[in-house]
Design a protein around this ligand. Structure first.
Ligand SMILES: [Fe+2]
Ligand SMILES: [Fe+2]
Length: 461
């Protein structure tokens, strides 16, 4: 009987050079051809990217979008680059059809807030065409060693790619890039290149990824293609992508369900399987609390109860960062509501900001307004230099508006009209945040120090 170990040994012997892993019988019949170079291998999906569903110190999720027949065998083979030649047979990618949007469903729904109109969504319905024969492939590698470089391939007719697992402990070298509101235009791609140039451990794009509006499959694909082709670090490693929901992922924008996040849900549903919000815990040193600012989950109620629970559970963690697409403290849109309609961020200020303050999150990353913004440290909307929370971002990875000024809104500290991304570096109890413009110029440098977490949660409740 073939055990996993003996299969591994066989593959090591065969140098992984047959053309299919579609069954041991076929494997045994293949003739090794170790001379095949990576550049001669045929299967090179232009949408390959990495993401996570679980702890990034020990797992990695490999995804791509393509035609089933092109992939051939979708089994992942991987190995520790520093430990000899033995390859490990990983999982075979699971498949989900890439959604096909019926042309008749493109009309905006009455009362829906579409934000900025997407030209594709405005096309005459009969002229819309999108991809119809594509499949999303997903394979998760688990039980990996933290802080280790791996290489992997897909089946036996693909080149090898590289990645690294996140370190077991935060080190001075731990850094990542965040931003929001990318799109698929030249500025978004320019900022992809600036981001990759920082050799980040991963990238977080917090909503409004490609602006597919839940209807435009071509746009959803182009966003992934752009990411795949540009997000490679100077050592040749693929840079994993973490996302959260924005209004432009969802058909209708707000008050919908994950079903209306037509492309986001099948692409990123490994993390967001049941709700539009999730946490991603990096070992015991960093937690990203990824929120849904009213797109597929209401802000109050269950999500707010969940938020308090996850903050309580992470009370002793060194770095806890909350992430929301719609900003609590907008730099452009109007924060005050009219009549019974909430202003931008108003509902979040009511339900979430008191929890950010109570549990002393290190930082809130937020976007949607298409500017560069850093608020003053705030408690209850007022400046609190000692223990206030800073809200950073405002989403101009590839979209731009003219922000209001600090004179107009007293909670603003820095604003500018710049496409930007931000580099975050964790150093002990400090976090450094450097904003870069699309040409790589540093726009802002800011430091946060771990909050005293002065409101110790009552764990007896
Ligand atoms: Fe946006
Ligand atoms: Fe948005």
């Amino acid at each position: 009987m073939w055990t996993a170990a003996s299969r591994r040994q066989f593959l090591a012997t065969a140098c992984l050079t047959s053309t299919s892993l579609g069954g041991l019988g076929r494997l045994l019949g293949q003739v090794p051809s170790p001379q095949v170079r990576d550049d001669q291998k045929k299967f090179k999906p232009d949408t390959l990217f990495l993401t996570w569903q679980q702890d990034p110190t020990t797992t990695m999720t490999i995804q791509w979008i393509g035609k089933k027949r092109d992939a051939g065998d979708a089994t992942i083979l991987y190995r520790d680059r520093g430990k000899g030649e033995e390859w490990i047979i990983g999982p075979t990618a699971k498949t989900t059809p890439f959604p096909v949007v019926e042309t008749t469903s493109l009309a905006p729904q009455p009362g829906a807030d579409w934000g900025e109109p997407d030209p594709a969504a405005k096309r005459p319905l009969s002229k819309y065409t999108g991809p119809t024969d594509l499949t999303i492939f997903r394979a998760e590698l688990t039980k990996l060693t933290p802080g280790t470089e791996y290489e992997f391939t897909i089946g036996l007719n693909a080149p090898t790619w590289r990645f690294r697992t996140m370190p077991a402990k935060a080190t001075k070298a731990f850094h990542f890039i965040s931003g929001g509101d990318a799109g698929v235009g030249p500025s978004a791609v320019a900022n992809n290149r600036v981001a990759a140039g920082q050799d980040p451990m991963f990238v977080l794009i917090a909503g409004d990824l490609g602006y597919d509006n839940g209807v435009n499959g071509d746009t959803a694909l182009q966003f992934i293609r752009n990411y795949s082709s540009t997000m490679i670090d100077s050592a040749g490693r693929l840079i994993p992508l973490v996302t959260c929901l924005g209004n432009h992922e969802v058909r209708g924008g707000y008050g919908k369900t994950l079903k209306e996040a037509t492309f986001f849900t099948p692409l990123f549903g490994g993390l967001y399987s049941e709700t539009g919000y999730a946490t991603l815990d990096f070992g015991d040193y960093l937690s990203l609390v990824l929120l849904d600012s009213g797109h597929c989950s209401p802000i109050g109620g269950e999500q707010t109860a969940w938020l308090e629970k996850v903050f309580k559970e992470r009370a002793g963690k060194p770095h806890v960062i909350a992430v929301t697409h719609v900003p609590c403290y907008p730099s452009y849109r109007v924060p005050e509501g009219k009549g019974d309609k909430f202003g931008t961020g108003e509902e979040q200020r009511k339900y979430w900001c008191p929890l950010f303050e109570k549990y002393g999150v290190d930082l809130v990353l937020e976007h949607h307004d298409h500017t560069f913004k850093r608020t003053r440290p705030l408690t209850g909307g007022l400046v609190d230099e000692a223990t206030g929370i800073t809200y950073l971002g405002d989403g101009s990875w590839g979209k731009l508006r003219i922000p209001k000024t600090p004179e107009m809104r007293s909670y603003l500290e820095e604003v500018s009209i710049n496409y930007h991304i931000t580099l975050h570096r964790l150093e002990g109890e400090q976090e450094f945040h450097l904003a870069f413009g699309e040409t790589g110029k540093v726009l802002d440098v800011f430091r946060t120090v771990k909050k005293p977490r002065h409101h110790k949660p009552d764990l007896s409740k």
